[in-house]
Ligand binder design. Structure first.
Ligand code: FES
Ligand code: FES
Length: 187
């Protein structure tokens, strides 16, 4: 079946099997490897991308369902000059990653989340990203990064190189609902 999909701003036309998942289309047909497959249970969020600006787990969407629509992956976030997106800058500055396997999905989920809630509380961040699992970081720095990115994105006059200081976090430190990784979340 032929699909017409705009991927990271470029229009594509590809023949795909009707059963092909969007994540496999991105990785195997488009050669974009940022969206990872960390489970087969729709639970890890490593495959998160934006579909028409809304974050989705691309392992739960068929490529044919993206026909006529726009998909953005982490590769498409950077500016034309290669400058990192403010959310990517925040994750780097706040050390919101370790092995990096979950990071593209975390970043894309954050972009989608902040588009809907540009000034979230810490608790809202924890709830908003509970569909994305990380086995490395303990989530503390991820939450700091999201809050930092929110501050950065709400200050349009600020230098793109600067990332706002994150607000203070509670002593809780870890995402409650997403704090436990199943074995399915491992590579
Ligand atoms: S690979 Fe999509 S949720 Fe885990
Ligand atoms: S940084 Fe390793 S899984 Fe999140």
């Amino acid at each position: 079946m032929r699909v017409e999909i705009t991927v990271n701003g470029s229009s594509r036309s590809d023949d795909v099997e009707p059963r092909l998942l969007l994540v496999h289309y991105l990785r195997e047909v488009c050669g974009l490897r940022a969206a990872n497959v960390g489970c087969d249970t729709t639970s890890c969020g490593a495959c998160t991308v934006l579909l028409d600006g809304v974050s989705v787990k691309s392992c739960t969407v068929l490529a044919v369902q993206a026909n006529g629509r726009s998909v953005t992956t982490a590769e498409g976030l950077s500016g034309v000059d290669g400058q990192l997106h403010p959310v990517q800058q925040a994750f780097r500055q706040e050390h919101g990653l370790q092995c990096g396997f979950c990071t593209p999905g975390m970043v894309m989920a954050t972009v989608g989340f902040l588009a809907e809630n540009p000034d979230p509380t810490e608790q809202e961040v924890r709830e908003g990203l509970e569909g994305n699992l990380c086995r490395c970081t303990g989530y503390h720095n991820i939450v700091r990064a999201v809050l930092s990115a929110a501050g950065r994105l709400s200050a349009p006059g600020e230098s793109p190189d600067a990332v706002a200081a994150p607000r203070e976090l509670s002593a809780a430190g870890e995402l409650s609902a997403a704090g436990e990784l199943s074995a399915a979340g491992e590579r």
